[in-house]
Design a protein around this ligand. Structure first.
Ligand code: C5P
Length: 218
């Protein structure tokens, strides 16, 4: 039987992962974080002392990229991936490797094969457009850059990180441009996506709004 699929796309800091996790709980869906896969790969390339920009290095790294998802946790070989892939440095590395078509194919293959056996909610940039063009529900989350920078700043502060708001703002702005202007799988809403602006809304409000949309499709 066909699985039920929800795609949640949007820029950095739009609240995708928070919202997707809540939606997964409510509708009993398997949550997949596509950004975590790009981050894991960027982290691996750096760990191997490979060059993020070198095609041969990327191909070598892809051959040895041993990623597993167990109970919603991501593992690189035996290494459990947590905060070490959540740094701005790894965010940047993810954004660089994400431009590579072979890397995207690898990540998409993982996401697609899991979507065939589980009911899923996947968050990312190109889930509704490329990975799950047949998703039952496609949501595109947006929020102003100011709001997204504030959220990221608060999140990092709460994790005890020493952070600078201006730097985060600039980083988000730069990543938006990089993600939406790249040739393959640029960040853009699918034609049949429903855009939800989260600026000034709390998590519950956004989750309720999306739950209503999903309930109509069930
Ligand atoms: O969402 P997150 O910030 O964890 O993603 C890290 C980077 O991975 C993004 O900036 C983007 O360049 C890349 N990415 C992507 N396609 C996705 C998810 C993430 O290109 N579906």
């Amino acid at each position: 039987s066909k699985t039920f699929k929800v795609a949640i796309d949007g820029p950095a800091g739009s609240g995708k992962s928070t919202i997707a996790k809540e939606i997964a709980k409510i509708f009993n869906l398997y949550y997949l974080d596509s950004g975590a896969l790009y981050r894991a790969f960027g982290y691996f390339v750096k760990k191997m002392n490979f060059d993020l920009f070198n095609e041969d290095d990327i191909i070598k790294a892809l051959k040895d990229f041993d990623i597993k998802i167990i109970d919603g946790e991501y593992y690189l070989g035996d290494e459990k991936l947590g905060m070490q892939i959540r740094t701005p440095e790894i965010g940047k590395a993810a954004s660089i490797v994400a431009k590579n078509e072979k890397v995207r194919n690898k990540v998409n293959e993982i996401l697609k094969s899991l979507s065939k056996i589980h009911n899923v909610v996947i968050d990312g940039r190109d889930i509704g457009t490329v990975v799950l063009p047949d998703a039952d529900v496609k949501i595109f989350l947006t929020a102003s850059i100011e709001e997204r920078a504030r959220r990221r700043y608060k999140e990092l502060l709460e994790k005890g990180k020493n952070v600078n708001y201006e730097e985060i703002y600039k980083e988000i702005e730069k990543r938006d441009i990089a993600d939406s202007t790249r040739d393959i799988a640029p960040l853009k809403p699918a034609e049949d996506a429903i855009t939800v602006d989260t600026t000034g809304k709390d998590i519950k409000t956004v989750v309720d709004e999306i739950s209503k949309i999903i309930n109509k499709k069930i």
